[in-house]
Ligand binder design. Structure first.
Ligand SMILES: Cc1ncc(COP(=O)(O)O)c(C=O)c1O
Length: 408
């Protein structure tokens, strides 16, 4: 978990303006985005968390414990796989960072192990989480079981239906799943409910947010906990590319944690960074500046400034906002943000399955879909493309089967 060329860790708070993914400023801002927009009752909890994170992040013993858990429990490092058949077919060299091989099946485990360790350091015994696709909920329930914490997971009713198997998994792991029936009954509503719970239980409870969103320090803390993806991938791709970097690093963007994690490893290098959003949830592009879930960012809004609903075949990307650092990376031009349609995603789900024997989650199928569409176009023939395969598709197989049979 290092980000300096000499392998040393910079002290938290030592923001270097010239870096693209440096620390946020004193107010938790990345340029015009970020900050801490929460009810007064939550300000002390955010401050306590920030202090705990700063202390832990500059403590070698914390890193030793975290790295050890990631290695022996989550199964890190995840490999980078050469996608030879797909590469031949597309005329570009595709490398896959295999977060799908992590314990619980996605990158979400990196974040929850870190936050569960912090929960213990803060002396709290209860973890709450929100989930869309269910992957963060499963990961949170898993870490809660590992660290003997009580766990409640909020989930929109629509997602409870779409991701029934993950609901069962969470219950099996000892978590209580609370279905949320307000609003669009998806991720944003689950976050609202989790925030309400946190306001009422802050003395005993840590709110384990699943992406690079929420009030400061969450976007920064979650990016740092996911940075392990990019740090590993940079070393691994150098081995495969004779010391060079890939030409492009591509990841799907919901809140944006897997993208932030892999981008962090390459932000100071030459690679083009590309975030792929669902067509119905393009907060960067179609969104406007606003405040949602505790931070200033870009979000889909109607003409009255009300948050609009996002639509995506993939529950994990069905979110009208985006993490504030992505809004900043878009504003500075360091990263590009593009969209693909549900139909392209379903094609990519099959394409990767058939060409490589890897069934991707619908979320990273967005990244594959963009690469498949743009190979030979926005991606020059012969380019090297590193795709973050953020999770595996077992959770989505039944939904895709139903779509293909035309029963939904
Ligand atoms: C496999 C997978 N990838 C990506 C995401 C999107 O989250 P983020 O944008 O924070 O990486 C999710 C969310 O549930 C997911 O399950």
């Amino acid at each position: 978990m290092t980000d300096a060329a000499d392998g040393s860790r910079p002290a938290p708070g030592s923001a270097v303006e010239a870096t693209h993914m440096g620390d946020p400023d004193d107010r938790g801002r990345f340029g015009d985005f970020g900050g801490r927009f929460v009810p007064e009752s939550l300000v002390p909890a955010c401050q306590e968390l920030e202090a705990a994170f700063r202390a832990a992040w500059s403590d070698d013993a914390f890193h030793t414990e975290l790295d050890d858990r990631l290695r022996t429990y989550a199964g890190r490092p995840s490999p980078v796989t050469e996608a030879e058949n797909l590469s031949r077919r597309l005329g570009v060299r595709v490398l896959l960072k295999r977060e799908d091989l992590n314990h619980t099946g996605s990158h979400k485990i990196n974040n929850v192990i870190g936050q569960a360790l912090l929960t213990r350091h803060m002396g709290k015994k209860r973890l709450i989480a929100e989930t869309g696709a269910g992957q963060h909920g499963v990961a949170a329930a898993t870490a809660a079981a590992l660290f003997d914490l009580d766990c409640v997971v909020y989930m929109g009713e629509v997602d409870v239906e779409r991701q029934a198997l993950n609901v069962f998994r969470m219950e099996l792991l000892g978590a209580e799943v609370r279905p949320v029936s307000s609003g669009s009954r998806t991720l944003k509503d689950a976050i609202n409910e989790a925030m309400r719970d946190w306001v009422a239980s802050v003395e005993t409870t840590h709110y384990c947010i699943g992406s690079v969103m929420g009030p400061h320090p969450y976007p920064w803390m979650v990016r740092e906990l996911q940075r392990v993806i990019g740090d590993e991938a940079r070393v691994q791709s150098k081995e495969l590319l004779d010391g060079g970097d890939p030409d492009l690093v591509v990841a799907c963007v919901g809140g944006g944690s897997n993208a932030a994690g892999i981008f962090a490893g390459f932000a100071e290098g030459p690679a083009r960074l590309v975030g792929v959003q669902p067509d119905g949830g393009a907060a960067i592009g179609r969104g406007l500046p606003g405040v949602v879930h505790g931070s200033a960012s870009l979000l889909l809004q109607d003409e009255h400034g009300q948050v609009s609903e996002a639509h995506s075949v993939s529950a994990g990307l069905d979110y009208p906002g985006v993490g504030p650092e992505h809004a900043h990376l878009a504003a500075t031009g360091r990263a590009e943000y593009v969209t693909v349609t549900d139909a392209e995603v379903l094609d990519a789900f099959e394409l990767l399955s058939r060409s490589e024997g890897i069934i991707p989650a619908l979320e990273p199928a967005h990244a594959i879909a963009w690469v498949a569409r743009e190979a030979g176009g926005a991606i020059p023939t012969g380019a090297t493309v590193l795709v973050n395969l953020s999770g595996r598709g077992d959770k989505d197989a039944e939904q895709v089967m139903r779509i293909r049979k035309g029963t939904r």
